[in-house]
Design a protein around this ligand. Structure first.
Ligand code: HEM
Ligand code: NAG
Ligand code: NAG
Ligand code: NAG
Ligand code: NAG
Ligand code: NAG
Ligand code: NAG
Length: 325
C-alpha cells in the first residue's frame, strides 16, 4: 500500500505531467529556436489575406475546431486515406484555409526546420487574422506539440451543434475547462465569416415539424426571417450568408447587437439570451463599441488555446501539417 506521502507525491507528479494542463506553454517559446516565427507567420497571413480576405473566418474557426477535438494538437489538419479524420466530419465540411497553414509551414520549415508545431501555427494564424480584420491582438502562448490521431467520431462528439441550447453549450465548454464567460466571449467570433444555409435553415422552415409554411423559430426576428428566406430556399446546400451582414469582414461588437435584436443566426447564438450571465454580457456589449469585448476575446482565446495541449516530449513536430511524420 502506498503511504499518504507517496500518494501525495504521485498525485503531485500526475498534476505536473498531466497532458490536460497547460504546463510548458509560454509566450515566446521559440525565442531561441526560431526567433522570427511570429514575423514569418504574419507575413504569409498578410500576403494571402490581401488576396482572399474571406479566409479570415474559416481560419479563426479552425482554431476552435482544433482545440475542442483532442485538444489544440493540430489534429484538425490531418488527412486520412479513408476519409475518417476530423476534417471529414459533417461540422468540418465547411472548414477552409488549409493551404494557408501549409504555406506557413513551408516558410517555417525553411527558416527553422522541424521546430514549430502545426498546432502553434493554427493558434498564431487565428490571432493574426483577427488583427487583420481590425480586431484585438493578444500574446499567443506557444510550445504545443502535434498529435498523431485524428478521428471523425471525436469531432462529432466534441463540437457543439448550432442547434445547441444554453445548457448544452455551457456543458460543452465546461468539459473543455472553459467558463460561461468564455462561451459568450468566444461566440463573439461570429462577428466575422459566413455560414451555409444548412446550418440554420431549420429555424426558417418546418421548425416544429408541423410542415406548415410559417413554421419558423419564434425566437428569431420575423423581419430577419423574411430576409433569410429570400437568401435560403429550403433545400439550399451551397449559399453562404454573412453572419454579421454588412460587416462580416470586420471584427467588431456587432455580433452582440445582432443577438440582442434576436438576429443571431444560430439557435446557439440566440441561446445566449437564456442565461443571466450570458444575457447580461450580450446586452452590455450590444450598445458599447469596444468596451471590454476586445480585451476579453484575447483572454478567452488564450484559455481556449490551453485545452488538452501536448507539450514537452509528448506528440511530435510534424514536418507536413496534413500527415504524421
Ligand atoms: C459556441 C458554440 C459554437 C457553435 C455551435 C458554432 C457553430 C458554427 C456554425 C454552424 C458555423 C457555420 C458553418 C457553415 O455553415 O459554414 C460557424 C461559423 C463560424 N464560427 Fe462558430 N460556433 C461556435 C463557436 C465558435 C467559436 C468559439 C469560434 C471562434 C472563436 C467560432 C468561429 C466561427 C467563425 C469565424 C465562423 C465563420 C466561418 C467561415 O467564415 O467559414 N465559432 N460556427
Ligand atoms: C475521400 O473523399 C474524396 C473527396 O470527397 C473522394 O474523392 C475519395 O474517393 C474518398 N476516398 C475514400 C477512400 O472514400
Ligand atoms: C474513433 O473514436 C471512436 C470513439 O471514441 C472509437 O470508437 C473508434 O474506434 C475510433 N476510430 C479509430 C479509427 O480509431
Ligand atoms: C437542452 O437540451 C437538452 C437535450 O435536448 C434537454 O434535455 C434540456 O432540457 C435542454 N435545456 C434547456 C435549458 O432547454
Ligand atoms: C416537416 O418535418 C416533419 C417532421 O420531421 C416531416 O415529417 C415533414 O415531412 C416535414 N415537412 C416538410 C414540408 O419538409
Ligand atoms: C405568416 O405569418 C405572418 C405573421 O406572423 C403573416 O403575416 C403571414 O400572412 C403568414 N403567411 C402564411 C402563408 O401563413
Ligand atoms: C475541408 C475538408 O477537408 N472538408 C472535408 C470535410 O469532410 C468531407 C467528407 O465528409 C470531405 O469531402 C471534405 O473535403
Amino acid at each position: 500500500m502506498a503511504s499518504p506521502s507517496k500518494l501525495f507525491l504521485s498525485l503531485f507528479l500526475l498534476f505536473l505531467f498531466n497532458p490536460a494542463n497547460a504546463q510548458g506553454l509560454k509566450v515566446g517559446f521559440y525565442e531561441k529556436t526560431c526567433p522570427s516565427v511570429e514575423l514569418i507567420v504574419k507575413k504569409v497571413v498578410d500576403d494571402t489575406m490581401s488576396k482572399a480576405p474571406s479566409l479570415a473566418g474559416p481560419l479563426l474557426r479552425m482554431f476552435f475546431h482544433d482545440c475542442f477535438v483532442r485538444g489544440c494538437d493540430g489534429s484538425v489538419l490531418l488527412n486520412s486515406p479513408t476519409n475518417q479524420s476530423e476534417k471529414n466530419a459533417f461540422p468540418n465540411l465547411s472548414l477552409r484555409g488549409f493551404q494557408i497553414i501549409d504555406r506557413v509551414k513551408s516558410a517555417l520549415e525553411k527558416a527553422c526546420p522541424g521546430v514549430v508545431s502545426c498546432a502553434d501555427i493554427v493558434a498564431l494564424v487565428a490571432r493574426d487574422v483577427v488583427v487583420l480584420r481590425k480586431g484585438p491582438s493578444w500574446e499567443v502562448e506557444t510550445g504545443r506539440r502535434d498529435g498523431r490521431i485524428s478521428n471523425l467520431t471525436d469531432a462529432l462528439l466534441n463540437l457543439p451543434a448550432p442547434t445547441s441550447n444554453i445548457s448544452q453549450l455551457i456543458t460543452s465548454f465546461q468539459q473543455k475547462g472553459l467558463s460561461v464567460k468564455d462561451l459568450v466571449v468566444l461566440s463573439g467570433g461570429h462577428t466575422i465569416g459566413t455560414s451555409h444555409c444548412t446550418s440554420f435553415s431549420n429555424r426558417l422552415y418546418n421548425f416544429t415539424g408541423k410542415g406548415i409554411n410559417n413554421d419558423s423559430d419564434p425566437t428569431l426576428d420575423p423581419n430577419y426571417i423574411v430576409r433569410l428566406k429570400a437568401k435560403c430556399k429550403p433545400t439550399d446546400q451551397t449559399t453562404l450568408v454573412e453572419m454579421d451582414p454588412g460587416s462580416f469582414l470586420t471584427f467588431d461588437n456587432d455580433y452582440y447587437t445582432l443577438v440582442s435584436k434576436r438576429r443571431g443566426l444560430f439557435q446557439s447564438d440566440a441561446a445566449l439570451l437564456n442565461n443571466g450571465e450570458t444575457k447580461a454580457y450580450v446586452r452590455l456589449h450590444a450598445t458599447s463599441q469596444g468596451g471590454s469585448f476586445f480585451q476579453d476575446f484575447g483572454v478567452s482565446m488564450v484559455n481556449m488555446g490551453r485545452i488538452g495541449v501536448l507539450t514537452g516530449a509528448q506528440g511530435e513536430i510534424r514536418k507536413v501539417c496534413s500527415k504524421v511524420n
